[in-house]
Design a protein around this ligand. Structure first.
Ligand code: GLY
Ligand code: MN
Ligand code: MN
Length: 538
């Protein structure tokens, strides 16, 4: 009881601190975003321009949209959280008609008293200048008159559009901004990033590698529906005659030269920049991870067999919100027993978890940065011998994966280390006979980058210091699997967020226990929710 009073007093002080502060102030600073834009500029080719669009608003039903979430690249470079905006970064300084030099422009939503009364405050031009530190900020409705001739640049690099934006009321929504961009850049109606890459491949084909290129192209045509009707690609795959081939190469060159658009350079730049985190980013990412680890701990204390999956989800998410995390970084996964075998199970609708293992893969998103932490625990507080045997293999696999997460190691190193332990473990329990069968029970990758996106950007090259990855091996044995029935319905994933440093890997989510013994100990602790009893509605 004394513990509980302490906990509640702590929470109360925390709440008072939050409310006395008004709104949070610990966001990334304008200087951070500015420095990141400078880093983009430094990586842009000569005489080029990079164009970034804000994320689309997406409709949920009727006149209700999904909660808006900024595109992470756009957020990283601007700090702007509203929709209907565009950022333009130039590789070299430009000069406007008044002789003023500039190297970036931001177009934002116009202030609008009525819209703001319904949907909240807008930053507007003044806010973009004062709070975000932009010198050249404009209203979105001015983008169609941007005093820049995009055709004079050697390259206009941008992320190609996803076609999930709608034309809404007004003339400065994302639809209109993209329409203006397409008009100003001679955007080909059939622009397709993969097609551009394949055209470039054809253009640089030599006689020696022609057959290989044709084979690769054939595979792409089989895979990508939208490329199947491209006559140049199809003809190249079938071509045997030298004259036909040089004819195709000429046509492909003309197509490539018809515009200066590119969607590869921008991806390479953002992958490189976002792969490693600055100190300022790490403060927020660590906070998101710690909040998520506390969520796991509080659920371990509160868990009992009568809880439903969605109730367990609610406890995690309540803890996140209590600490000021705005969102979940991805839809929460809470799977009891066999449900844990569905890797991204988000129905979370089992009404009682009973005596099963519960796989909980959830991450708080704090000021844009998301955690990704998984714990698998027995709902009744005690692992059965079978559950423990599987769990211990996954634990050992994770330990091996974390140990392999070091500067200079190839991206696949943790995966290889973990997979080896899983395969050996499954063989030792007689669940499989050959290493090659392990994939049946461990069908996903072990690591991904983590940051503004749960599956964050990165180069997939050798690990660099200040990179954060997950290490998340698992074993999933669905009902009906080709092994002894005693293993059926056991699903275990353990996922931690690992900071790679020159001194070795640091487990940022270590606060949540991982061994079976430590989990069982944590589950014996009292929970503040033990006394949270709601009236029955039956
Ligand atoms: N939560 C998604 C993942 O682990 O990748
Ligand atoms: Mn993950
Ligand atoms: Mn996860």
């Amino acid at each position: 009881m004394f513990r509980k009073i302490l906990l509640f007093t702590g929470l109360l002080i925390f709440s008072i601190q939050l409310s006395s502060q008004g709104t949070p102030t610990d966001f990334l600073t304008a200087d951070f975003h500015k420095e990141r834009r400078e880093a983009v500029r430094a990586m842009l080719p000569h005489n080029s321009v990079a164009v970034f669009f804000a994320n689309a608003e997406r409709n949920r039903a009727n006149d209700v949209d999904y909660i808006y979430h900024q595109d992470p690249d756009f957020y990283y470079l601007t700090g702007y959280k509203e929709p209907n905006a565009v950022l333009v970064i130039f590789s070299e300084n430009q000069v406007n008609t008044e002789g003023k030099e500039f190297n970036e422009m931001l177009y934002v939503q116009k202030r609008d008293a009525s819209a703001e009364q319904w949907n909240g405050k807008r930053l507007g031009i003044e806010g973009a200048k004062k709070q975000l530190g932009f010198d050249m900020a404009f209203n979105g409705d001015e983008f169609s008159k941007i005093p820049i001739d995009f055709k004079t640049f050697d390259m206009v690099t941008f992320f190609d559009f996803k076609h999930d934006y709608r034309d809404k009321r007004g003339d400065a929504d994302l639809f209109d901004l993209i329409k203006s961009f397409k008009e100003k850049t001679n955007y080909p109606s059939d622009y397709n990033v993969t097609k551009q890459q394949l055209y470039s491949m054809i253009k640089s084909t030599t006689v020696e590698n022609r057959a290989n290129v044709a084979q690769t192209l054939g595979r792409y045509l089989n895979y990508y529906e939208e490329l199947k009707d491209d006559e140049l690609l199809r003809n190249f795959v079938e071509a045997k005659d030298d004259k036909v081939i040089s004819d195709i190469k000429e046509k492909v060159s003309l197509k490539l030269e018809a515009h200066n658009l590119d969607s590869n350079v921008i991806a390479e730049i953002m992958n490189t920049l976002r792969e490693t985190k600055t100190e300022e980013e790490m403060v927020l990412l660590k906070k998101a991870i710690e909040i998520s680890a506390v969520g796991q701990n509080e659920v371990m204390k509160a868990m009992h067999p009568n809880m439903s999956e969605v109730e367990i989800q609610g406890v995690h998410e309540y803890v996140y919100k209590k600490y000021g995390a705005e969102y979940e970084g991805y839809p929460s996964i809470v799977g009891g027993g066999n449900n844990g075998c569905i890797l991204h199970y988000i129905e979370n609708n089992k009404t009682k978890v009973g005596n099963d293992l519960v796989l909980m893969d959830l991450g708080a998103e704090y000021h844009g940065y998301t955690a990704d932490v998984t714990r698998t625990i027995p709902a009744n507080g005690k692992f059965t011998p079978e559950q423990k045997q599987i769990y211990d293999i996954v634990y050992k696999a994770q330990e091996a994966g974390i140990k392999a997460s070091i500067v200079g190691a190839p991206f696949r190193a943790p995966g290889e280390a973990s997979s080896k332990v899983v395969a050996e473990g499954l063989i030792s329990l007689g669940i499989i006979k050959e290493t090659s069968e392990a994939r049946t029970y461990f069908p996903h990758g072990t690591s991904h980058y983590l940051g503004l996106d749960v599956h964050d950007r990165g180069t997939y090259g050798p690990y660099k210091a200040n990179t954060v990855i997950t290490v998340e091996p698992g074993i999933y044995i669905p009902e009906g699997s080709d092994c002894d029935k005693k293993w059926w319905g056991i699903a275990v994933r353990i996922e931690d967020d690992i900071l790679i440093t020159d001194e070795g890997p640091v487990n940022l989510s270590a606060m949540a226990p991982r061994t079976t013994e430590a989990i069982e100990e944590m589950m014996k602790q009292p929970s503040p929710l033990d006394d949270f009893i709601l009236p029955s509605l039956d």
